[in-house]
Design a protein around this ligand. Structure first.
Ligand SMILES: Nc1ncnc2c1ncn2[C@@H]1O[C@H](COP(=O)(O)OP(=O)(O)O)[C@@H](O)[C@H]1O
Ligand SMILES: [Mg+2]
Length: 210
């Protein structure tokens, strides 16, 4: 590890429209300006050139009626490539901020899907045995509110943005279960409030944990 202190791995999770992109940008700014640390901003699926191609396959080309293992294996192919980059950045002292990671796989593929939880954990352990995020911010919101926010955002809705309220609720409850099981790592941030207030909460928790 040398003299230089290693960086941190921070993930943002939550349903579509919960405010991940908004909060990750605010936190990037804070870490760069106030903590004077280098930030590597990335996302899943994606984060490398091949992984971004896989992202397009998952989001634009796969259909809900395709074999769910196709999606799962694509997610992990993208992640295997991505994690090498994440690790390199952490080793170089970066604060790596990642929009979605393992908890999304568990929430979508297990709690809102048909994949066995242990199978996901085994696949994850092959990519890295002990490199879970240092801290995860779960942006929690009522799906009805996030749907309204997505419509207001004005961007074209993709396969995931179009999930029904019922499915979004399954995913949301999945995330909340994950948070309950991983209390030390996952901080729940209720995001039905002003984004600056949510940002302050995130900063407060970050400073407490690092
Ligand atoms: N606290 C908030 N209050 C009101 N609107 C918000 C808040 N946070 C985010 N938004 C808006 O909601 C929409 C979805 O937020 P976004 O950050 O894109 O969510 P995600 O990345 O989780 O899908 C955006 O138009 C964003 O500006
Ligand atoms: Mg986003």
């Amino acid at each position: 590890m040398g003299i230089r202190k290693k960086g941190k791995f921070i993930t943002f999770e939550g349903i579509e429209g919960s405010g991940k992109s908004t909060q990750i940008k605010l936190l990037k700014n804070f870490i760069e300006k106030k903590l004077k640390k280098k930030v590597f901003l990335t996302r899943e699926p994606g984060g490398t050139s091949i992984s971004e191609k896989i992202r397009k396959l998952i989001i634009n080309d796969l259909k809900d009626n395709h074999n769910p293992y196709a999606e799962l294996y694509l997610i992990f192919a993208a992640r295997a490539l991505h994690f090498d980059v994440i690790k390199e950045k952490i080793d170089k002292g970066y604060f790596v901020l990642c929009d979605r990671y393992i908890d999304s796989t568990i929430a979508y593929q297990h709690y809102n899907g048909s994949i066995d939880l242990n199978f996901i954990k085994i696949m994850q352990s092959k990519i890295h045995s002990n490199k879970l995020p240092n801290i995860t911010f779960l942006l929690d919101i009522n799906p009805q509110i996030s749907k309204q926010r997505l419509l207001k955002r004005g961007k074209k809705l993709d396969r995931f943005d179009k999930l029904s309220l019922k499915k979004m609720t399954l995913v949301r409850n999945g995330f909340l279960k994950i948070a309950k099981i991983n209390k030390k790592r996952v901080v729940i941030v209720k995001n039905d409030i002003n984004k600056e207030v949510a940002h302050d909460l995130i900063v407060k928790n970050l400073l407490k944990k690092i």
